[in-house]
Design a protein. Structure first.
Length: 290
């Protein structure tokens, strides 16, 4: 593990007023508080400004987004696990951008299909909130339902369809999901990258890839992208009052859109091919937009 030589002061980034915590008073879980305390103690960093969940295809950018202040094995932090999914490093990093913003990079996403339950899926989001993040960037590799979205294309998530059959919320936690993916942040990205497309992401439970019939259903209900992550994390983040930006990398055409069979190796290779572009995009977003 590496750590910063000097402790930092309070986070300088305020959460936008329209993204205030839910009226239910939802707060990070006790396990997330334990994780945050462990990260503070092990890293010497008292808080962060924002967080990024690094999905399939995005991990290569982790050590190029700023100066690394700390690297922690995920398995050594309460509630985190080493994913068995190729392309996920199993680490937590804190980096400092050129302007001094401190960012938690979560390269240890837990997927619902791993069988650890929905609380484990959103534990990283809760930990980011416990560390003081005001915003979070959720990234993923996905299948393109819209045939015009070519593999290798980054896409802004404008909305999602949760097809997992579950939620990270329970009880009378009535959280408005109208603008779960921040219109302000999306507009700022589009201003700098007017060519970037937006799309609706549908999260399936997995781990099997979607059938052609399921992809046709997703297209019929408005989805442009399909995958196995992100939506549950976005719900939890919104409930905690975090401002959310979602970014998908189209790694392949979804089942039935192309005659090619699907493979995770294709997902990994698409991420490698797009790594320089993704690194540049994420670095710009963290420095100038989020």
């Amino acid at each position: 593990m590496t750590a910063s030589a000097t402790p930092d002061g309070p986070s300088e980034t305020a959460t936008p007023a329209h993204y205030a915590p839910a009226a239910s008073g939802r707060t990070p879980t006790p396990l997330a508080q334990q994780a945050a305390d462990t990260i503070r103690r092990r890293s010497g960093v008292s808080g962060i400004d924002r967080a990024v969940v690094l999905g399939s295809g995005w991990g290569a950018s982790a050590d190029r987004l700023g100066t690394t202040l700390a690297t922690l094995p995920a398995a050594e932090v309460p509630g985190f696990h080493v994913s068995g999914v190729p392309g996920h490093a199993g680490t937590l990093l804190i980096v400092q951008t050129a302007s001094g913003r401190r960012v938690l990079l979560i390269a240890a996403r837990t997927h619902l299909y791993e069988g650890r339950g929905v609380d484990a899926v959103v534990h990283g989001v809760h930990t980011a909130a416990a560390l003081g993040a005001g915003s979070i960037v959720l990234t993923n590799g996905c299948g393109g339902v819209d045939p015009s979205l070519a593999p290798g294309s980054p896409v802004l998530i404008s909305d999602h369809v949760n097809l997992t059959g579950t939620s990270p919320l329970s009880g009378p936690t009535f959280v408005d999901m109208t603008d779960v993916y921040s219109p302000r942040l999306r507009a700022a990205v589009r201003e700098r990258h007017p060519q970037m497309r937006e799309g609706v992401y549908a999260q399936f439970r997995g781990p099997q890839y979607e059938t052609p019939a399921e992809v046709r259903m997703a297209r019929a209900i408005g989805a442009d992208l399909v995958g196995m992550s992100t939506a549950l994390e976005a719900i939890a983040a919104r409930a905690l009052g975090l401002e959310v930006l979602g970014l998908s990398l189209v790694t392949n055409a979804a089942a039935g859109v192309s005659a090619q069979p699907l493979s995770h190796a294709e997902v990994i290779q698409a991420g490698r091919d797009a790594a320089p572009q993704l690194t540049e995009l994420l670095a710009e977003i963290l420095e100038n937009i989020v």
